[in-house]
Ligand binder design. Structure first.
Ligand SMILES: [Zn+2]
Length: 316
């Protein structure tokens, strides 16, 4: 081991330093991940009776370290190549997907910067793209839960309207089985029907990215909006779409996306509204999506101070 200069680092192991040891299928040593408290992590691999040392590229910046992932293919691919753990990649995707369409918005050369201060989760996650920068900072709330907040103290997700229009009444609720008035068969009704006059505006229930603008036989004129990676809302039977609405567009909460109608399989003007979580239909009358969170007023000054310090240290 002494043949590699980096191995000398192992002569000085301190309390708190972490080792993760992985074995192959034959229980032979495959890899050791060494995470010292005060230096860059190191991956030690063993094959063909040789140890190899790879220091993970994190650059120390006065008290914090940071890793810069440069996009060549996709966040998932490049972060994995860089050695970022799956759990952290998921954290990045869950947060940034509220503002970024990973299929369309990322370009080669865009960067994700993770700033670390010794804990398991990054202190900050920053996207630096051609056109915009999105900076998120960790904050642990009174319940001990860490979330990521913008410098304005708000999480990147959005709170939802209960109903995405001014409706007269709920004409049909979410039901596992109901007798379909047109098909004359028992069928589940996996959304809420809001009765409203023809032509009344329909709003995006929360900010998101338009996934589909489509004309389908059952749903008629229908819009699908993705809100982050887990939530999708569906708006069916529209008379017409708002002009210029295209898939891939970002919409804000309350933005008009179309107008009440009775297109597709429908008996009268209403909005058929669905909420899906990871593809599973939820009852919009009962299910409340997670709300946008705020850093408490009393903690804002300190939160902003740390956020600005991180940005300054990273030259952002
Ligand atoms: Zn319906």
């Amino acid at each position: 081991m002494s043949s590699d200069g980096r191995a000398k680092q192992l002569n000085n192991i301190y309390p708190g330093d972490q080792f993760k040891i992985s074995l192959d299928d034959n229980h032979n040593l495959k890899k050791i991940i060494y995470k010292p408290v005060s230096a860059n992590p190191m991956i030690i691999t063993y094959s063909k009776k040789r140890f190899r040392f790879l220091t993970i590229n994190v650059q120390p910046t006065a008290g914090i370290t940071h890793s810069t992932i440069v996009i060549t293919k996709s966040l998932n691919y490049d972060a994995k190549e860089f050695g970022i753990e799956a759990e952290i990649i998921k954290l990045m995707v869950d947060n940034f997907s509220w503002e970024l369409d990973f299929r369309r918005d990322l370009s080669k050369g865009d960067k994700f910067i993770l700033a670390w201060n010794g804990s398991d989760k990054p202190l900050a996650m920053i996207y630096v793209g051609n056109r915009r920068t999105i900076s998120l900072f960790s904050y642990k709330d009174a319940k001990g839960k860490t979330n990521y907040y913008q410098v304005n103290g708000k999480t990147l997700n959005d709170s939802f309207f209960f109903a995405p229009l001014k409706y007269d009444r709920i004409s049909s609720g979410f039901q596992k089985r109901r007798f379909h008035p047109i098909k004359k068969t028992w069928k589940s009704h996996r959304g809420t029907d809001f009765a409203a006059p023809q032509g009344r505006p329909i709003y995006a229930a929360a900010k998101g990215i338009i996934r589909h603008v489509a004309v389908l036989s059952g749903y008629g004129n229908v819009v699908y909006i993705d809100h982050g990676t887990h939530l999708t809302t569906v708006y069916a039977h529209m008379a017409r779409f708002e002009k210029g609405l295209r898939s891939g567009h970002r919409v804000s909460k309350g933005q008009v996306i179309g107008y009440v109608g009775s297109t597709g399989m429908s008996t009268g003007p209403h909005l058929h509204y669905e909420i899906r979580v990871d593809g599973v239909h939820k009852d919009p009358e009962k299910y409340s999506p997670p709300k946008q969170l705020n850093v408490p007023q009393g903690s804002m000054a300190e939160f902003v101070r740390v956020a600005k310090e991180v940005l300054a240290k990273l030259n952002i």
